[in-house]
Ligand binder design. Structure first.
Ligand code: GTQ
Length: 349
């Protein structure tokens, strides 16, 4: 065959492949890529920019009318939807006297209370939320929000919607007549039942998520400080994971949550991993270096660290406390969790 014959024949062949809805492996970009191909970039959402937009939403959308949730979801600058490819985070606002009616859905959510206080009811249990408290609404649990305090209540929402959508597994239902659900348990019942490090004997719990609907910040904060001191107060900081008290596992099948302390002037190890993470700043200020670029943050800001990006955190004046949400549990069962760490002594960068 001459070169021309070969080219003509190849062109005809690729045309036939297209018609047959197949593609030749050697023509597909990235088929056997040696590193992940990413459609997300690092970014910080600053509370001082987004909180005013959240309050402006009050004039645009009535809770219970235009929307059941006054929430602003953070879209990664490089994506149409999703803060990362698996996670979506954002702020939600409930004003004094307002309620957000009950619904349930297959995506899971966490809330991290930032301002004010009020209740999220989870499967009949009214959970009181105060600053820094982590509240879970695991997959398919009924949840609504009520606010009878006097300060606007703002929290960080973190959900696995992009992942669940990607699996074609998103379902949602409204509660009867778009109302608040009936209260069937006492306030913080799950906290009283499971939070003392004592589990009920012959517990009937079979769900894959944590039976705890709340991890109070005052307890978590003391635990973090005590742990950090016991470890010799490393300048690289300390991290604890919120766990399911029955199994020691992650809080939700798709989501893991952590609390990190970076002491004043301290600097974390440098690492990268396949899971993506959303961090929210509970205390202090500082910056993260993500692939060498500096991202400044202060209280109530949140930021995304995409998959497989080298990153480290640096605390400014005062200790920094960072909450983080990760999609790591999605990676573990499939052997897709990969993590590399550079300890400061090896790190001359
Ligand atoms: O508060 O129930 O940001 O269902 C997205 C979906 C918040 C909520 C979000 C939700 C909620």
């Amino acid at each position: 065959m001459t070169e021309t014959d070969r080219a003509t024949r190849a062109a005809a062949y690729f045309g036939k492949l297209r018609d047959a809805h197949v593609a030749a492996l050697w023509t597909i970009p990235g088929t056997l890529a040696t590193e992940p191909t990413l459609d997300e970039v690092p970014y910080v959402w600053h509370a001082d920019e987004i909180f005013p937009l959240l309050f402006e939403a009050v004039e645009i959308a009535d809770l219970g009318e235009e929307t059941d949730r006054r929430a602003l979801n953070a879209s990664n600058p490089n994506r149409v939807f999703g803060t990362s490819h698996n996670l979506v985070a954002g702020y939600q606002l409930v004003l004094p006297g307002e309620t957000a009616p009950a619904h349930r859905h297959t995506p899971s959510a966490i809330r991290l209370l930032l301002q004010g206080s009020g209740h999220t009811t989870v499967d009949g249990e009214p959970v009181l939320m105060k600053r820094g408290d982590l509240v879970l609404t695991p997959p398919n649990t009924w949840h609504d929000h009520r606010h009878n305090g006097d300060v606007p209540m703002i929290w960080l929402d973190g959900l696995d919607v992009p992942f669940v959508r990607g699996q074609h597994a998103q379902f949602a239902e409204e509660y009867e007549n778009g109302e608040l659900q009936k209260l069937t348990k006492t306030e913080d019942a799950s906290v009283h039942r499971y939070f003392a490090g004592l589990n009920p004997v012959d517990e009937a719990w079979t769900a894959q998520h944590s039976p705890l609907n709340k991890y109070p910040y005052d307890v978590a904060r003391v635990a973090l400080d005590t742990f950090h001191d016991a470890e010799g107060a490393p300048v690289t900081g300390s991290t604890l994971e919120y766990v399911n008290p029955l199994t020691g596992g992650h809080v939700i099948p798709t989501l893991a949550s952590y609390l990190t302390l970076i002491p004043e002037g301290g600097r974390s190890v440098r690492e990268r991993h396949t899971p993506s993470k959303v961090y929210c700043v509970l205390e202090g200020s500082g910056y993260s270096l993500i692939e060498g670029k500096r991202y400044d943050w202060a209280e109530n800001d949140f930021f995304v660290v995409p998959s497989w990006h080298w990153y480290e955190h640096v605390a400014g004046s005062g200790d920094a406390v960072l909450f983080s949400l990760s999609d790591l549990p999605i990676y573990e069962p499939f052997g897709l969790l990969r993590r590399q760490i550079v300890e400061p002594a090896q790190d001359n960068a």
